[in-house]
Design a protein. Structure first.
Length: 254
């Protein structure tokens, strides 16, 4: 199963109208962007550039691991994974599961990607995102500032892929508890927004998109990503969101 593909299933697409998207940075508490946490060290250790480039997705994590070690802080891992998937109800015991390093691909995802031959594609009635960022458009110099301006661009990225689904259904966002204030810039479209309260999520989901977010989540957390994937898909081999395979663990080098 390669990047952006889903596990096969034999059931039809009837009723498949609710997509769950989980960005792994939801579990990586960044004190510079949210609540401070003494056990995670000085917030300035997290003063990072973020962009989906090979250097910031792969190579930089050895340098950042060294910074934590020199500061006398254990390189931080993801938190809050225990019991997370138990809070959801799925339409199938093993729902179609898509994964990638970037959430950008979730913008293009429709039920067509796992429809059986001859079945008509439908749109999502709801996309529910669990993320530390709203991914619904951020203002930039010489860039769009409204949904209408964005629509004229005819392109999207990890910063605004949610806008692709705006005209088709409801957009719901849950921020992690460590980031109760959310993003500093409001989304370009209406979202139903809440902060995670760790309770069961109402309703049934028809498919899951799991994003590794390699530019935001350290490579030494990749084993946690694999374990989370396996929790949903125990019969599948470990995922390789990057074409070159899993990222090397930088901690031995650091």
């Amino acid at each position: 199963m390669s990047e952006g593909q889903a596990r096969g299933t034999s059931v039809g697409t009837t009723g498949r109208r609710r997509l769950l998207v989980v960005d792994f940075d939801f579990f990586f508490h960044n004190p510079l962007q949210g609540a401070e946490a003494a056990h995670r060290g000085d917030p300035l250790l997290y003063d990072w550039a973020h962009a989906e480039t090979p250097f910031l997705q792969d190579d930089v994590w050895t340098i950042r691991a060294e910074d934590f070690i020199q500061a006398g802080v254990d390189p931080p891992h993801c938190e809050g994974l225990d019991g997370f998937w138990d809070r959801f109800t799925f339409a199938h015991p093993q729902p179609p599961l898509f994964y990638a390093d970037s959430n950008t691909l979730a913008g293009a995802l429709t039920p067509l990607h796992y429809a059986l031959p001859g079945e008509a594609a439908t749109v999502w009635q709801e996309v529910h995102l669990f993320d530390a960022h709203h991914d619904s458009g951020y203002p930039h110099d010489n860039g769009p500032t409204t949904f209408e301006e964005w629509s004229d661009e005819e392109t999207y990225s990890c910063e605004d892929w949610m806008l692709v689904h705006h005209a088709q259904g409801t957009l719901t966002l849950t921020y992690p508890t460590w980031r109760p204030g959310g993003d500093s810039h409001p989304p370009m479209v209406p979202l139903t927004v809440s902060v995670d309260d760790h309770t069961a999520i109402p309703g049934t989901f028809d498919a899951v998109f799991l994003c590794r977010s390699g530019a935001w989540v350290p490579s030494w957390c990749d084993d946690q990503f694999t374990q989370s994937f396996s929790r949903l898909s125990p019969d599948e081999p470990a995922p390789s969101p990057e074409p070159a395979g899993p990222r090397p663990d930088p901690l031995p080098l650091a």
